[in-house]
Design a binder for this molecule. Structure first.
Ligand SMILES: [Zn+2]
Length: 61
């Protein structure tokens, strides 16, 4: 009665999954980034690039 349990790939440390640089979660995506996260980061970058200059509130109006 020595039935061995199959070792989970994660516990065996085989094929470490790439982590999404955006959300930090493991991803199966070929690019290593969730398509959704890629879109999110892209939007964020665009938003930062297009961010209007911060105008201080006019004092003494
Ligand atoms: Zn992600």
């Amino acid at each position: 009665m020595s039935h061995k349990k199959p070792i989970p790939p994660v516990a065996a440390g085989a094929a470490p999954r790439p982590r999404c640089p955006v959300c930090g979660m493991a991803t199966y995506s070929r690019s290593g980034t969730h398509p959704q996260c890629m879109q999110t980061s892209h939007d964020r970058l665009l938003r930062q690039a297009n961010k209007p200059p911060v105008v201080p509130p006019a004092a003494g109006v």
